[in-house]
Design a protein around this ligand. Sequence first.
Ligand code: ADP
Length: 318
Amino acid sequence: MMRITRRRGTIALFITLGAVMVGVALTLQGAWVVLNWRRVWPMAVGIPFFALLIAGLILNTIFLVREVRRNERHDSFLNAVTHELMTPITSIRLYLETLQRRSISEEQRREFYSIMLSDSDRLLATVEQVLKAGEVGQQAKNSARADVDMEALTAECLETTRQRYHLAPDALTLAVERSRLKMVVRGDAAELQTAILNVLDNAIKYSPNGVKICVKLSLEDDTWVFVRVSDTGLGIPSAHLKRIFKRFYRVPSRSHLQMKGTGLGLFLVRSIARQHGGDASASSAGEGKGTTLSLQLPRLLSAQRERAAEVSPTEQKA
Ligand code: ADP
């Protein structure tokens, strides 16, 4: 908290300094214009020079404020990751020590093993997310592309999530808008699954007062496959709707920050969507009013066309 206040102070200082310098430059420009009113050359050189100086000052201030914000995000990411790694490690260690020191019943032993397993799953998930966020961009070229049936893939993700969080069937529902065309996307099935699972995980995590999630799958303009995940949870203030896709960004509200997380999930989601020629976006009516996360992916227009596009020039000549 102290650090955040200090950062806000630094940002305010940079903005004030920038504003004062721009004010001084404007006054100097005014004085210059008054002194050289009738002289062509000093005016022709002076005015662009001052304009450049003012633009430079403004850009410099914007750049400095951005850097301070970026540092802030890095710091909170490090804190979050450390916390995400430390909590399960401490828990596993505690259970191992208990197993080593005390004689416990078979039933308790089994319970300890299952807690340690879920802790190690949590550890693995954090490490995988950090690794994936680092790999994003390099993967685009070597990822395994195939025709992915989005309806089957989404249904599979829902089933995985239901099992993982022990959800009742009506807490997480799928609505598929019927269409004469199949919703097939050319891409990496594992990556697309990661994206949908991340969005579903968030919808559950940010619904602390009960999970009610509706996933809608639809086709628009015969070209775009949309996966929309709507929850009735904490919602997102409109000022943050675009920023949540930035690396390390977490909404700076108390209720959100209490939830575990690294700020990498949605960055990964958008990167994966973009690697597939699509995009991701969020909408929310405001805090406490739920969120809809949308994934937009290009539908594979025709299998034959795709195959023809893949024939190399040498093959075509032959
Ligand atoms: P995190 O690890 O913090 O969940 P994400 O990149 O997945 O990171 O999400 C970024 C931020 O967006 C979150 O910190 C949270 O504040 C907000 N957010 C994401 N999904 C939702 C949602 N379904 N409801 C409310 N807030 C959300």
